[in-house]
Design a protein around this ligand. Sequence first.
Ligand code: AMP
Ligand code: MN
Ligand code: MN
Ligand code: MN
Length: 286
Amino acid sequence: MTPQNILNADLHCHSVVSDGTLTPEALAERAKANGVELWALTDHDEIGGQQRAAAAAKAQGMHYLTGTEVSVTFAGQTVHIVGLGFDAGNPEIMQGLRNTRGGREQRAMEMSDSLAKVGIKGAYEGALKFVGNPELISRTHFARFLVESGVCRETNEVFRKYLTEGKPGYVPHRWATLRDAVTWITQAQGIAVIAHPGRYKFTPNEEYALFTEFKSHGGRGVEVVTGSHTPQEYIKYAETAKEFGLAASRGSDFHSPDESHTDLGTLPFLPGELTPVWELLADRIQ
Ligand code: AMP
Ligand code: MN
Ligand code: MN
Ligand code: MN
């Protein structure tokens, strides 16, 4: 395998098992076509696609790491923690993720009621048509329904107008704790990684607390090069990685050919001075 930082690793994307639109097999094919050498499928709160993804990676001649993206509530906001290289048959991580998925259906019905109050009827049933996994109805599926029904032109607009804090379709939700998410991943022999830190609306103090607590629970990585960051944020979070002694990860966060602006395997390489997470996971690569 290509050594260290000059490796086309894409360790963040979503399939129909969460809120992506492609199957694990189609994602593997697309990753391979784009030159990805090491791949991980990281569905939200779900590892039901891991066996298919690993088999598809093997069929394509790509190296594979198990993956997931756990929803966490920290300081009143939703934070995403990516888990990589864990044992996907580990009962504790399976149960933890099952519990995390648990509140989604109720939340979806409340979102639908809330949208009905501003005149958008039938959103729950409408969103369900886009759902590939009944345990994983997400805001993305509502966004697709609102685009399909002509309420908005694209999913970004739906989030801006309806599905974010303070907007009519937004329903606050309590996800896993930071401690639990990191613990599930690490006790299953994986590495926990803070996903796209540039996306959170934390004050500098809150962000410092996130990194400090994450490390104290055993977290070891941070996404530096991601489809959610600007080039300035690559530099900012490369500095944060060094400051906190964290390894760095790289991933597109690809969801769909029609919606995602960053395709699999197309991001810049990790800055040379950082330790890539895959160096810590050498013995977990399939
Ligand atoms: P949920 O886990 O149901 O709250 O949904 C979160 C998902 O919504 C994220 O993983 C993204 O895929 C998507 N999302 C969040 N914010 C936006 C946005 N501004 N534009 C498009 N998709 C978004
Ligand atoms: Mn998503
Ligand atoms: Mn995320
Ligand atoms: Mn993601």
